[in-house]
Design a protein around this ligand. Structure first.
Ligand SMILES: Cc1cc2nc3c(=O)[nH]c(=O)nc-3n(C[C@H](O)[C@H](O)[C@H](O)COP(=O)(O)O)c2cc1C
Length: 190
């Protein structure tokens, strides 16, 4: 049976990271529960020209959940403990704040809260620049609770030649955080 992952896309810039994760995890055979916040849909359209219909067509096997559906199975720890992890990519400062303070305004916040309490690996691919002290304190809260704060900041030691290689470096780091095998970027001294 294939392993499951929850992938959440929020309204931070960098919708391309979420889209690329969909491509890669789909290709790797993961079952994906996908939750996109209303701002996430806005940014997907703004940055990639992608609508909900495009995502459904491009990834027919992804299980698209409604951000308002707090009755979804993944809102429960008994279900989420079976998952390999929860990814929020990209993660806005607003979602980060809700996760840091245990505020559940949508299913994404709830799934993150459950991941933290059940010790299911949680990765927040955050994007903002610059950071205020509020953002930094929220990151510390989540990191101390066991979440992985992963900044959407690519390295350059693999000598990227294209935007795709920069994106794949960051997406590769997200997969590394869940110990998922990939060859999206060349490792140091490889
Ligand atoms: C085009 C666009 C780009 C944005 N980029 C960011 C960003 O990089 N980081 C961030 O924290 N918020 C960003 N925002 C603002 C968030 O979308 C906004 O705070 C929203 O309420 C987040 O809600 P969500 O976390 O439920 O998706 C952006 C908004 C738009 C329209």
């Amino acid at each position: 049976m294939s392993e499951s992952i929850v992938l959440c896309i929020t309204g931070a810039s960098g919708a391309i990271y979420g889209y690329r994760l969909l491509e890669v995890l789909d290709r790797l055979g993961f079952h994906m529960d996908l939750i996109v916040s209303s701002s996430g849909w806005l940014v997907l359209r703004e940055e990639l020209g992608k609508t909900k219909e495009d995502i459904k067509r491009d990834f027919p096997s992804a299980n698209l959940l409604n951000e308002k559906d707090l009755l979804s199975p993944v809102a429960s720890g008994s279900r989420l403990v079976k998952y390999r992890g929860v990814l929020v990519a990209p993660c806005s400062m607003s979602t980060l704040a809700c996760v840091a303070h245990g505020i559940n305004q949508n299913l994404i916040h709830r799934v993150c809260e459950v991941a933290l309490k059940e010790r299911v690996p949680l990765v927040l691919l955050i994007r903002e620049a610059p950071y205020s002290s509020v953002h930094l304190k929220n990151m510390l809260e989540v990191a101390q609770a066991g979440g992985i704060i992963l900044p959407a900041s690519p390295g350059f030691y693999h000598k990227p030649q294209s935007l795709q290689e920069l994106v794949d470096f960051v997406v590769g780091k997200v997969l590394d955080a869940l110990r998922i095998e990939h060859n999206l970027y060349r490792r140091w001294r490889d």
